[in-house]
Design a protein around this ligand. Sequence first.
Ligand code: THG
Length: 372
Amino acid sequence: MSYTIGIAPNIRKSPYFDATVEDGVQAFSVYNHMYIPAHFGDPDAEYRRLVDGVAMWDVAAQRQVEIRGPDAEELVAYLCARDVYRTRVGQGRYVPLCNHDGLLLNDPVLLKLSAQQFWLSIADSDIELWARAIAAERDYDVEVGEADVSPLAIQGPRAEAVVTDLFGDWAGQLGYFAFRETELDGIPLVLARSGWSKQGGFELYLRDAGRGGELWQRVRSAGQAYAIGPGAPNDAERIESGLLSWGADCRLQVDPANPFELGLDAFVDLEVEHDFIGKQALLRIRAIGPARRRVGFVIDGEAVAGNSAPIDIRLRERKVGSLHEIAYSPRLRRNLGLGLIDIEVEDDERGLQSVVDGAPRALEIRALPFIG
Ligand code: THG
């Protein structure tokens, strides 16, 4: 059986779309109502480039919800479960966004561009609508909208060499999640040390959608000396590293979860004086303790193909959790999974089972990250 996803105007193309097609993209996924490359046909090479060399990814689907105006910081603080008042201009921060029940709505990277200008670099849910509605209901003096900004990620141990060649030594000296507004041959962008892998890397936030092809080629040529190649956010590496994928690991409409279940405790600040959405619910959840916890699993048997929906985890016929994403790890040579398990289940439980690729398989719990 074979099928394709159609190209239609209700799903947007990235400014790098044509460049990725020229570079041989083989599959797209949909994220924030946009096409995002899924792979270029050679999973082993794409994984190796990421962990041993350098890869470039079209991650324009990480949209920027821009909040600007006199009350911008107050709105951002009210939306985020993390204390954002301590954020400096030029410093990105990972910020959980919850609803009033304390359930995770999104886990963006927040960029503070000035005292009155912020970007939420969002995962796959409609935060622009949420932010607009909250701003209007609370009468904040702000403008909320989607900025013309399209990130391109350069990830892997040789990413630093590539950006140093492109921008100069200062680029290699950027701290973790720090960013700076700059340009490349007149192409306006923000350069940040960030990205959805634990291999090190940078993100170029292109600020002119008309110049995507040009930027892609510029990075491609600078990276040639380091054997750069195209890729996409990598499931195997992110599972090994334990990174969260909102949408895959939890999703309001599929398996809603709160930040404590997801292990995001370090990014939730309940001691702040100001109010924020979900604060009361999160205080209650913290007092009772979460019902589930996010863990890693090793999965028995032959290399798994991957999954497109959560898979039940059973203990003696009873559902005790779900596997949200699975992948074969080339470095550990094991099948790995990420999921949520009921809090009563012990780390050394030996009776866990899931049906994967049509057959029951034994699962064992592991602490995250698998590779740290
Ligand atoms: N970069 C940018 N925007 C993004 C992502 C990104 N938007 C969507 C999605 N990714 C947001 N989600 C994450 C999830 C995890 C991390 C970053 C963005 C991440 N986490 C570190 C970890 O879990 O080890 C910890 C971060 C920290 O210590 O502050 O990096 O990738 N622009």
